[in-house]
Design a binder for this molecule. Structure first.
Ligand SMILES: Nc1ncnc2c1ncn2[C@@H]1O[C@H](COP(=O)(O)OP(=O)(O)OP(=O)(O)O)[C@@H](O)[C@H]1O
Length: 596
């Protein structure tokens, strides 16, 4: 193709006749390089309606509402969380106000009596939380306020009920564990009663047969009767699945505490235990009622012995937003499939309903009953979020330094206000590798920091976590911990608030001076490792990175402000971070609104 010789020249302003040239727009390229809409194409100016003007004046803004900034625009673009209408939340709130005592639930008396003293560490005067008010009657099937009719032994054992499906969704730290544990234990105990009758009949039959055999083989030698293993050996009635060993230990300790009074057999299994321990727990000749496990471990046991899932009537999938996401879903779904023939109830439990979980539920469990509390997806107002700009002086983009200084400031504030207790702080990072790197940096600045990572020693990790959750340690661990603490104190030079170095002066950093920030202990982790961990002793979290989604914001800030406590979050932002998202999360928290 040959270009015209005139291609680079501007078009002539006048025609050869001398008349000015009028450029036609009526060509395929007529709309190109136009910077203004031609007058004939402009829409006629519409006057704002009187309703719009009224609305605008009510909000003290003379622009019509449509033109004002859309709320949570940046979060909307993430499309991370499924929507729960405010109308539905309002209805639930109304219904919950009528159930305010554990006494109103149709739980077995022995279970009700052990809630405060056993499950809640001796708390007197306990009342159910919103998710417990909502879920316990629903799972027991007594929402209409009626008590269940007296149990007819043996009937349930032969009747296969249709599987009920529930989703329990409530804000972090709101007592979801007990909301499913109590009804499941109730079901186990009631089924046990029914089975006892069947077993009595079976034992009588066996005794009769034995007697007949003895009669006919009076002179034959027979091996001594060592007794048959319990019919529930290796075949639990209930299973609770959790994503990590730490959560297995946490939920397991709640279940175990109840077992001392309610009397049932539970087994905690996770990668923390040896093969022999797992085998002995699962296949104890005394039988097993409830197993608390990670999906990977349970599924590998089920590969060898599919019978372990043959009698499960209740399956709980806690942290369902993690266990049904892309990475865990195949293994969790396989367990659900195997257990389905005997299942009476499947309970999914989560602090968030991501869109991915929402669509999974629509496909896989279209009949699931969603028990959602009014405050789902809202970070409580009692948690305050402040922002540190890492680009400003003195950090000038040094995020590590900003983090260390923030920790120092918190320590200093605590020392100045005369707070005697050690401050427990959690720092969240987005990448797993960064956790160890940051912990090392903080240690070099004299801060007692530990990274929670899969690579560190399991026992040490359990000890560190226990100091942030307040969970009781095993006696052996306690001794080691005391010795370690003693050794650590010997090396430490105590400092007064005035001594606290300001990190901006690099020469004064503690690593080189040998001083340490003594009143603060820091745990660095990613939120995947920490989801669900009951960090009751933590009052402050630092978000080293801006979380990727509102889901991560909820889980990370959910480590504080648990069960009505106050809490503080500090987020570090730099020039490449989504400040608009941080602003919207802060606004939402301030207004007590659910994130979207
Ligand atoms: N009714 C109650 N009254 C007082 N404290 C309670 C009650 N129920 C539970 N708790 C306590 O609240 C804390 C948080 O409970 P839990 O770990 O079950 O929360 P969660 O909703 O599962 O949190 P997450 O979403 O982070 O997993 C625990 O320490 C628990 O002992």
């Amino acid at each position: 193709m040959v270009l015209s010789a005139n291609v680079g020249r501007p078009p002539p302003k006048t025609a050869p006749s001398g008349k000015p040239v009028r450029k036609s727009r009526n060509t395929p390229f007529g709309g190109m390089n136009v910077t203004e809409v031609p007058r004939q194409l402009q829409a006629p100016q519409r006057k704002a309606s009187s309703a719009e003007l009224k609305r605008a004046s009510r909000y003290g803004n003379d622009k019509p509402e449509r033109e004002r900034k859309e709320p949570m625009k940046a979060l909307k673009m993430q499309r991370a969380l499924a929507n729960v209408s405010y109308e539905k939340r309002g209805r639930v709130k109304q219904a919950l106000s009528e159930r305010d005592s554990f006494g109103e639930f149709d739980l077995l008396p022995v279970i009700k009596e052990s809630i405060g003293p056993m499950a809640l560490g001796g708390l007197a005067d306990v009342s159910p939380t919103p998710i417990q008010r909502l879920a316990i009657p629903a799972l027991l099937g007594t929402e209409d306020g009626k008590r269940r009719t007296k149990h007819k032994p043996g009937v349930e054992a032969v009747q296969k009920k249709q599987m009920q499906q529930f989703l329990l969704a409530a804000e972090t730290g709101s007592g979801k564990t007990l909301a499913y544990v109590l009804p499941v234990l109730d079901a186990i105990k009631r089924a046990e009663k029914a089975d006892a009758e069947l077993e009595r009949i079976e034992t009588a039959r066996r005794a009769r047969e034995n007697a007949e055999r003895q009669q006919s083989k009076r002179f034959d030698l027979e091996p001594p009767d060592v007794g048959e293993p319990h019919s529930t050996a290796g075949r639990p009635r209930a299973i609770v699945l959790l994503p990590t060993s730490e959560l297995v230990a946490q939920v397991g300790s709640v279940v175990k505490s109840l077992s001392h009074v309610v009397k049932f057999r539970s087994a905690l299994i996770s990668a923390q235990f040896s093969r022999t321990v797992i085998q002995n727990r699962m296949f104890s000749p005394n039988g097993i009622d409830i197993v608390i496990s990670t999906p990977h471990l349970l599924s590998s046991i089920a590969e060898d012995d599919p019978n372990i899932l043959s009698r499960v009537t209740h399956l709980v999938i806690d942290e369902a937003d993690s266990l049904l996401d892309r990475s865990f879903s195949p293994i969790t779904s396989a367990i659900i499939d195997r257990a389905t023939p005997s299942l009476q109830q499947i309970v999914l439990c989560s602090a968030t309903i991501p869109r991915s979980l929402d669509s999974f539920l629509h496909k896989r469990f279209p009949d699931v009953r969603r028990l959602v509390t009014p405050n789902l997806h809202a970070i409580p107002r009692r948690v305050q979020l402040s922002v540190v700009d890492i680009d400003k002086i003195p950090y000038q983009g040094n995020r590590d330094l900003a983090c260390a200084q923030t920790i120092y400031d918190i320590g200093k504030e605590a020392a100045e206000t005369g707070e005697e207790r050690e401050k427990k702080l959690v720092v969240f990072v987005n990448e797993r590798e960064k956790a160890s790197e940051l912990a090392e940096y903080l240690r070099s600045k004299g801060i007692d920091a530990t990274a929670l990572s899969r690579d560190s020693d399991e026992r040490k990790q359990a000890e560190v976590l226990a100091s942030f959750t307040g969970a009781a340690l095993l006696p052996a661990n306690m001794k080691q911990k005391k010795a370690a603490e003693q050794a650590a104190t010997d090396d430490v030079v105590a400092i007064s608030p005035a001594d606290l170095p300001m990190m901006r002066d690099e020469k004064q950093t503690t690593g080189s001076s040998g001083k340490q920030l003594k009143n603060v202990r820091v745990l660095v982790m990613t939120d995947l490792g920490s989801r669900g961990i009951d960090t009751l002793l933590v009052r402050t979290v630092i978000l080293y990175d801006v979380p990727h989604t509102s889901i991560d914001f909820i889980h990370r800030l959910g480590r504080v402000g648990r069960m009505g406590r106050r809490g503080r979050g500090v987020v570090l932002v730099g020039k490449n971070d989504r400040k608009d998202i941080v602003r919207e999360v802060r606004d939402g928290m301030f207004k007590g609104q659910a994130l979207i």
